[in-house]
Write a protein that binds this ligand. Structure first.
Ligand code: ZN
Length: 154
């Protein structure tokens, strides 16, 4: 404690530096279908720009058990169409499930795509491949959902 008091000015500087380099944004997404994939790359790019980070990482986290996030192709919208179609075939809505809520298919899909993705930031830009974008994945909509974006510099 005494060290902290003696160096109070220095600690304040460090805390201010960390605050500038780390930032979390909460986004609200209103989905309109039972299942859909929504391109959220522009939201994440805005967060990186606002954070002023030139080098670091962006973590996109979805705090839900029947929704998720994934990175996939941005050029041909049929890829997203096919992915949703594959998910429906592999995890059908009706089945011999035990979960009382009746949305086990959505829980399974959410587990497959996962709750987070991490993208490297370099030169102030997300280092996504040419054909990559970030997609919020709704599997039990329509609902109002949240997406957290944490940008970390350094
Ligand atoms: Zn459930």
């Amino acid at each position: 404690m005494s060290v902290r008091l003696q160096a109070a000015g220095k600690f304040l500087c460090i805390e201010a530096f960390i605050e500038r380099m780390e930032r979390m944004t909460e986004h609200t997404i209103k989905t309109t279908s039972s299942d859909e994939m929504i391109n959220i790359t522009s939201l994440v790019r805005q967060d990186v720009k606002k954070a002023g980070i030139t080098s670091g990482t962006a973590v996109v986290f979805v705090p839900h058990t029947t929704a998720g996030v994934t990175i996939n192709e941005n050029a041909d919208p049929d890829v997203v169409y096919d992915l949703l179609s594959i998910f429906r075939r592999v995890y059908p809505e009706s089945g011999s499930y035990r979960h009382m809520e009746g949305n086990s298919h959505a829980h399974a899909k959410a587990s497959v795509v996962g709750s987070s993705c991490t993208v490297i930031i370099e030169n102030g830009q997300l280092q996504l491949g040419t054909w990559q974008d970030i997609y919020f994945c709704e599997f039990d909509g329509p609902r109002t959902r949240k997406v957290y974006v944490k940008t970390i510099g350094g």
